[in-house]
Design a protein around this ligand. Structure first.
Ligand SMILES: O=c1ccn([C@@H]2O[C@H](COP(=O)(O)O)[C@@H](O)[C@H]2O)c(=O)[nH]1
Length: 280
């Protein structure tokens, strides 16, 4: 399979640098006239896929909302992922996994193997058990042409206590960025590497203050926080600077709260704003 980074670069060329999250919050389900039960989530997710499949660069289901409903919710997530795959739209499963290496192998097979019912094109990973603990996922993703987004500077304010902290004088987030750079450098020839970072659009001057070389990462930069969390075009330009071309802005509630039938128009508006920010 063509490596994830190259597939994502092509999708961003075709549809713009925006990923839409599938986050079935109870309040959104209610406003869509759906029950907060596994079947409601399934219908919600499938409606998003039906309207946006083939029209955005990527869809990002949020596993937490589906897991709330146990086995039936996870089955709904499997259906949503399968439907997205059928449209040819890239999927990023936001599940933020990270564990000791031997257990990480299980998670890697669940999300990044060729046979797992929850497989996605890419997955979000937490490096806070040590970046190298993610090795099984990094290696399997490379073998199967899938990708990962490692949490570096997340969009929530309380993250700074961990991610800005210094170890041997180097900020934790910068060490994670350097690790992603090394992974991508080991797979030369890809237009965009397949090891990306999560860098929140809400993180202000942190990328500069901490000296993160985002352009040097060589992989995609998933930027949640656009819309409901308060970031817009100006914030994206400030956070990403010369790495703008690698940014995949992510937004969920801002699009989803428009309701069925109006998702594409809302997503197109975000694409327009992000493109303007990136080219300014
Ligand atoms: O740093 C992070 C990492 C992930 N997220 C996820 O993105 C969406 C954001 O939803 P909005 O409705 O656009 O706020 C959600 O699934 C988060 O878990 C993030 O926000 N920040």
């Amino acid at each position: 399979m063509t490596p994830f980074g190259d597939r994502l670069a092509a999708a961003m060329d075709a549809h713009g640098p925006v990923c839409v999250g599938i986050d079935p919050h109870p309040s959104l389900l209610a406003s869509w006239g759906l029950d907060d039960e596994a079947e409601g989530l399934r219908r919600f997710g499938l409606a998003v896929v039906e309207e946006l499949g083939g029209r955005v660069a990527a869809l990002k289901p949020q596993s937490a909302f589906f897991e709330r409903h146990g086995a039936a919710g996870v089955a709904a997530l499997e259906d949503v992922l399968a439907a997205a795959r059928d449209t040819g739209t890239l999927t990023i499963l936001d599940v933020k996994r990270g564990d000791i290496g031997s257990t990480m192998t299980g998670y890697a097979e669940a999300y990044l193997g060729d046979r797992g019912p929850l497989r996605a094109d890419a997955v979000t990973l937490s490096p806070y058990l040590g970046l190298e603990s993610l090795r099984p996922a990094l290696d399997l993703a490379r073998r199967t042409g899938r990708g990962v987004f490692v949490l570096a500077l997340t969009s929530n304010p309380e993250a700074a206590a961990v991610q800005h902290a210094r170890h041997d004088g180097v900020p934790v987030a910068a060490q994670i960025a350097d690790g992603a750079r090394a992974e991508n450098a080991a797979a030369p020839g890809e237009r965009l590497g397949s090891v990306g970072l999560v860098v929140g659009a809400t993180t202000g001057s942190a990328t500069q203050d901490l000296g993160l070389d985002l352009a040097g990462v060589g992989g995609p930069l998933l930027a949640p926080g656009v819309g409901a969390q308060g970031a817009g075009a100006a914030e994206l330009a400030q956070v990403f600077g010369r790495a703008c071309g690698q940014v995949l802005a992510s937004t969920s509630r801002t699009v989803l709260q428009q309701g069925p039938g109006r998702l594409h128009e809302a997503a197109a508006q975000v694409v327009e704003e992000v493109r303007a920010a990136m080219s300014a």
